[in-house]
Design a protein around this ligand. Structure first.
Ligand SMILES: [Zn+2]
Length: 152
């Protein structure tokens, strides 16, 4: 990751967090489990933030994650380098039975092979409750932590 990309993400972090909080309120979940995500992406000239929400309107229907919507929106608009993601929602128990907001197994499998994502792509999570507990990782860290390999 170029230092200028990391700097841009750091400078915009609070703005990205606000945008993710707003998205979280708009998420679509039959059980009120709402997640908002924002991807800060670069198109070779400028940066833009793309919001995403989780959608699972039916209990026995499919779901799509906020991270997938945000990253897909960036790529679809020609912003092919995702600098970082901010994810806001209620923590969920993961495979290790700890409460986190780390991207789920599907996201950890689907997103890293995309050319827009690198090992250095930043992932900031903020729990909507629990004192707004915040964590900062990279995609590479998260894959390692959850025992998955990276493709890039
Ligand atoms: Zn996911």
């Amino acid at each position: 990751m170029k230092p200028k990309h990391t700097r841009e993400f750091d400078q915009r972090l609070e703005e990205l967090v606000e945008m993710a909080r707003a998205a979280q309120r708009r998420a679509q979940s039959y059980r009120g489990f709402r997640v908002g995500a924002v991807a800060l992406a670069f198109n070779g000239r400028e940066y833009r933030a793309f919001a995403g929400i989780n959608m699972k309107p039916l209990e026995d229907g499919p779901k799509i994650c906020a991270e997938q919507v945000a990253v897909g929106g960036a790529i679809a608009s020609g912003y092919g380098t995702v600098i970082g993601l901010v994810v806001i929602g209620e923590p969920q128990p993961n495979e290790e039975r700890t409460l986190t907001l780390h991207p789920c197994w599907v996201c950890r499998t689907l997103l890293p092979p995309l050319p827009a994502i690198s090992r250095d792509t930043i992932v900031v999570t903020e729990q909507a409750s629990n004192g707004r507990h915040r964590e900062r990782h990279t995609i590479g860290d998260l894959l390692k932590r959850h025992g998955q390999h990276s493709h890039s």
